[in-house]
Design a protein around this ligand. Structure first.
Ligand code: SF4
Length: 191
């Protein structure tokens, strides 16, 4: 079933951009507005998942969650984090493996968008700073995406944190319990 979102319509994207510019001109933080847009988006995606489930799920994290000691491969796969207990990426790697979904750290956002368009997962689950969440909604509006702001960061683009438990809850909503049958009601067209 085709996913429909207002982010697919250029007048909507233009209105959001205009409001963000206005907030900036007035010196008002856009954080509350962006978070409301993300919550609206997540409600829409939840309704879509309740009807259709998801056969293929892709987890995407930004490069700022990576620690100096992380041994990610050039593609950003979390496979090397499976046995690591040093940070939340290890927890997420194990959650992803238990549910049979793919997870990666996107070193460049445009590469992640290109991969999403190429592979067309039924669902993307991602975290990023507010600005990048807006960019994701604008860039790949045709793919349902559950989004969450990063929970904290040491400084801009360095040592950010996120909630693995939130990812786990969204995965369970989309595909059901680990090892269970996929909750999906429509055929996936494949890459
Ligand atoms: S802080 Fe934002 S722009 Fe910087 S790496 Fe993280 S998600 Fe990307």
């Amino acid at each position: 079933m085709r996913y429909v979102s207002p982010w697919q319509w250029s007048p909507y994207r233009g209105a959001v951009a205009g409001i963000r510019v206005l907030l900036g001109a007035l010196g008002v933080s856009e954080r509350g507005y962006v978070r409301r847009l993300v919550e609206d988006n997540n409600r829409r995606v939840t309704r879509h998942l309740e009807r259709h489930g998801a056969g293929t799920v892709l987890l995407i994290l930004p490069r700022c969650v990576k620690r100096k000691c992380c041994k990610l491969d050039p593609e950003g796969s979390l496979a090397g984090c499976l046995d690591c207990r040093e940070c939340d990426l290890g927890d997420l790697a194990r959650i992803a493996a238990a549910h049979g979904v793919r997870a990666l750290v996107a070193f460049r956002s445009h590469i992640a968008y290109a991969m999403a368009r190429r592979e067309q997962p039924d669902l993307i689950i991602a975290t990023a700073c507010e600005d990048r969440l807006m960019k994701a909604l604008r860039s790949v509006p045709e793919i349902p995406a559950m989004l969450a702001p990063l929970t904290d960061m040491e400084r801009m683009c360095v040592n950010a944190t996120f909630e693995p438990a939130w990812f786990e809850a969204q995965i369970a909503l989309a595909v059901g319990a680990p090892g269970g049958e996929r909750r999906v009601s429509c055929a996936h067209p494949g890459p």
